[in-house]
Write a protein that binds this ligand. Structure first.
Ligand code: GLU
Length: 507
């Protein structure tokens, strides 16, 4: 037997490819990885695809994509390989077989030929008569022939563990200390289809892959006695366990993909959250904020900072509330903290998706996007919020749509304001006024000065009302990035065309 304490830590996350990856997979990966990196250990991705009924073909790739998106990279896994390949349980069926045979030969496990109908009936009777539910061991000690003579028989047997009277129900957990779990039923370990169940596969694989720490959700606490038993029967050194709390909705219920869209990892990317904000958010769930130099709470931190001081004992076993308001706040912090060019490139796929830009933007478009990004960086929380703000800068003047609410708030003096603005801006950068007729005089400060002189001072209209029609003309919206800067980016020709267009519309 090896001493796990002296080994390099090896941790794993073991998602089942049963649909859109669950946010819990990222949560588990993060905590596994934080400890693995701190200890100079390894992080393994294992795909637990033994449940063929719930298997979904595209799910595995989504797991890869989402964990990579979050920057939670693994050292070994089905895609990158490693010394313990294969890392997909469906490809390891031959590995499990000898373990099952050994348990059968030693009388620790037995065949069960009970049909699903019989098992369902048995459960119903147990429930009605208020007896504890569990397998009644009808098949135990019987040969196939003996059992075949009784009702409720199927040709294809499963294999069950024979849980002894003195099964150990306590174990040490890195987060929870001493934990006790209920007495298990005679758990099926090999299914009729020849696939192992999770319980056998997890023990065999964690052993074979040299896993030293099993970090998983608290829903597995009740299974741990079965796993301890299997380790003992097979003469294997058990790993250390850390059962993470389940994430909860604001009403304290368990987060499920059926009820909460935020249970799906892909949802966060669709909504326009930054992966680093989500990682930071997950790190704060059931875990205290970092401490600053003055002992103050520091809620914004990187994965490296999190990993450096990570300690299982700091994990709070009470299910943390999944509060998206906090994530929104963090996302805003990260959005504002990004270098402008970086933010622009993060926005790009969302803008392409929204049809604001084509799949292959020109260099000119990218340069313009960078300028616009600078204007909107403080005006958004989610990356998806950029599209309506950016769109006006990428539509032809003649195609700019004026939103109904923007049009509705135009006052009677709008034509007058637009006329004055057109005149002032035509003047600006026009040779006759003595200013050089080049785009270099076309800048936000000069535009603002010209418009203030012409509209605010010239017509005696308060700035608040003076600039509304101009904003509507250039952006089509009531709310837009700063007006003068927007005009600078659009350029003189486009700005004038848009002002004139709305003016003509109002004629
Ligand atoms: N396949 C299990 C799950 O998806 C893994 C549990 C474990 O980490 O042992 O929850």
């Amino acid at each position: 037997m090896t001493d796990t304490a002296s080994q390099t830590p090896r941790l794993r996350v073991a998602p089942s490819p049963t649909g859109d990856p669950h946010v819990g997979t990222a949560y588990m990966s993060l905590f596994n990885l934080a400890f693995a990196r701190q200890q100079g250990g390894k992080f393994v991705l294992r795909i637990e695809d033994t449940d063929r009924a719930r298997f979904r073909e595209d799910s595995e790739q989504q797991v890869f994509d989402m964990l990579h998106w979050l920057g939670l990279h693994w050292d070994e896994g089905p895609d990158v390989g490693g010394p313990y390949a294969p890392y997909r349980q469906s490809e390891r069926l031959d590995t499990y077989r000898p373990y099952v045979e050994r348990l059968l030969a030693e009388g620790k496990a037995y065949h069960c030929w009970c049909s699903t109908e019989r098992l369902a009936q048995m459960r119903e009777v147990q429930q009605k008569t208020k007896q504890p539910t569990g397998y009644d061991r009808l098949c135990h000690g019987k040969t196939r022939e003996e059992r075949a003579a009784l009702p409720g028989f199927t040709e294809t047997p499963v294999v069950r563990m024979l849980i002894p009277e003195d099964v150990e129900l306590h174990f040490e957990d890195l987060i929870r200390g001493r934990v006790s779990a209920p007495r298990p039923d005679d758990q099926v370990i090999l299914k009729a289809d020849g696939f192992p169940t999770y319980h056998l596969a997890v023990v065999v694989d964690d052993h074979e892959m040299g896993i030293t720490h099993v970090v998983r959700g608290e829903e597995w606490i009740s299974s741990t006695p079965k796993h301890i038993l299997l380790y003992r029967w097979l003469g294997l050194e058990p790993p250390k366990w850390a059962h993470m709390p389940l994430l909860r909705n604001t009403d304290k219920s368990k987060i499920s993909k059926r009820k909460n869209p935020a249970a799906r990892l892909t949802w966060f990317r669709e909504q326009g959250y930054l992966p680093e904000a989500l990682v930071n958010f997950l790190a704060l769930l059931a875990y205290p904020p970092a401490q600053g130099a003055e002992g103050e709470d520091v809620e914004v931190f990187t994965f490296e900072e999190f990993s450096k001081d990570f300690d299982w004992r700091k994990v709070n076993p009470v299910g943390p509330i999944f509060d998206l308001k906090k994530l929104d706040w963090l996302n805003g912090v990260y959005v504002r903290g990004l270098e402008v060019g970086e933010l622009a490139s993060r926005l790009l796929p969302y803008l392409v998706d929204a049809g604001v830009l084509g799949a292959e933007p020109t260099l000119g478009e990218l340069a313009r996007l960078r300028s616009v990004t600078e204007l909107i960086q403080t005006r958004m929380v989610l990356l998806t919020e950029a599209a309506p703000l950016v769109r006006p800068f990428f539509v032809a003047d003649a195609d700019l749509e004026v939103a109904d609410d923007a049009r509705a708030q135009l006052k009677e003096d709008a034509p007058q304001v637009l006329d004055a603005a057109v005149a002032a801006l035509t003047e600006l950068g026009d040779e006759r006024s003595g200013v050089l007729g080049s785009e270099s005089t076309w800048n936000a400060a000069a535009i603002e000065a010209a418009l203030r002189a012409a509209v605010v001072d010239g017509l005696g209209i308060k700035p608040k009302f003076a600039f509304g029609p101009l904003r509507t003309a250039v952006s089509g919206q009531r709310v837009s990035p700063p007006l003068f800067e927007s005009m600078e980016i659009l350029g003189r020709t486009s700005t004038l065309a848009r002002l004139q267009r709305l003016r003509d519309d109002l004629a």
